[in-house]
Ligand binder design. Structure first.
Ligand code: 3PG
Length: 215
């Protein structure tokens, strides 16, 4: 793993993807995930409350490793850092975002869904990437197909991952972790159902146990 992301992501197998609509939910939600074995979170910028939620988690939830997801622009990149995010995540890459990343030392997990994007990011030094949307991009067969030609890039597939296919992804040698919204889905967050989110987090934290030392 790249030294910039290794301290944050090594050992992590499952990253919950969060859309937090109400900043008041940020602390209990993040605390619930940390307490139930999932300290690495991706808080997406897909809600108005996202930056406030990141600030709250950064200041109130010990042990939370805050990834900020859905970063599309340089402005979002800078705001995500200022809000207290530990690392950034994007669904894909644009030339502008690539230029901003070149000037920025923040740990970053960029998204890709084609071999050309994967190679472009690899050239820029990103050996850990988010494969998104994983199931539509080609899923496990795609990961298997690219493991030969691009053998030094590992992925966090996200998009369409659920408990019933999670282990299939985690079994691939070029997958270091998976991400998904199923653990703390928007309806469960809206209902403030920390009990069910905690149960799903514990279940997710036990996924891929057999591969934990492999990647
Ligand atoms: C993301 O932003 O990474 C996705 O919305 C997560 O995909 P999922 O909802 O299919 O898990």
């Amino acid at each position: 793993m790249h030294p910039k992301v290794a301290p944050l992501l090594s050992g992590t197998k499952v990253i919950p993807v969060l859309v937090i609509e109400n900043a008041d939910d940020a602390q209990p939600l993040a605390q619930c995930l940390v307490d139930n074995g999932l300290p690495v979170l991706e808080v997406t910028l897909r809600s108005d409350a996202a930056f406030r939620a990141i600030e709250i988690i950064a200041s109130q939830v010990q042990g939370a490793v805050i990834g900020v997801g859905s970063i599309l622009t340089e402005m979002q990149l800078n705001s995500a850092q200022s809000a207290g995010g530990w690392f950034g995540v994007s669904p894909g890459v644009s030339e502008k975002l690539m230029r901003a990343l070149e000037l920025n030392d923040w740990p970053f997990l960029p998204g890709a869904s084609t071999l050309s994007e994967i190679m472009t990011l690899r050239d820029a030094g990103f050996k850990e990437q988010k494969l998104f949307p994983a199931n539509i991009a080609g899923g496990v067969p795609m990961l298997r197909a690219i493991s030969g030609p691009v053998s030094d890039v590992t992925f966090c597939p996200t998009g369409g991952i659920k408990p019933d296919n999670a282990d299939d992804y985690l079994a691939e040698s070029n997958v270091f972790a998976i991400g998904g919204s199923w653990i703390a889905s928007p309806d469960l967050i809206f209902a403030r159902d920390w009990h069910e989110i905690g149960r799903r987090a514990r279940e997710a934290a036990s996924l891929g146990m057999q591969w934990r030392t492999a990647v």
